[in-house]
Design a protein. Structure first.
Length: 147
């Protein structure tokens, strides 16, 4: 059960980053046809949805000590954390990529929206960060001593 949780945690978060960066990257390629001079902005906005994969990896380190002979409670906790991290990061990355893609298209059309796009793209990121915080809390529950 615990290993399935870790696979979901790291795997779905990695898939999330792959999909998110691809969505924003495709928008960048389209925008470069109109305005190739803004490549730096395109690159930053395309990379932003890649952070969710890192969060999945960080969460793995938070729960890895529970993988050595886990109890049923530890296995269930890691499975729950894996589902939480995987699903939240998948949604966060995809919707963050859509915001970034729209910002990239606007920059390609000559609008100065880089800073505003970064601010708006931070909102879905917050929920990915909260999944890391929740995993930390799950891994350090007092009284239960999960790990």
């Amino acid at each position: 059960m615990a290993y399935v949780g870790v696979a979901l945690m790291v795997g779905l978060a990695g898939i999330a980053s792959s999909v998110g960066t691809a969505i924003a990257g495709m928008a960048s390629v389209g925008a470069m046809k109109k305005n190739s001079g803004a490549f730096g902005s395109y690159m930053i906005l395309s990379a932003l949805p890649g952070s969710q994969g890192l969060y999945g990896f960080v969460c793995f380190f938070l729960v890895q000590s529970g993988l050595t002979n886990p109890t049923m409670t530890q296995g269930a906790a890691i499975l729950g954390a894996g589902l939480l991290v995987g699903i939240v990061n998948l949604a966060s990355s995809i919707f963050q990529a859509k915001i970034c893609a729209n910002g990239i298209a606007a920059i390609g059309n000559g609008h100065d929206v880089m800073g505003k796009t970064l601010i708006l793209a931070a909102f879905p990121e917050l929920y990915a960060i909260l999944s890391v915080a929740a995993t930390f809390l799950i891994a350090t529950l007092d009284g239960v001593n999960l790990f």
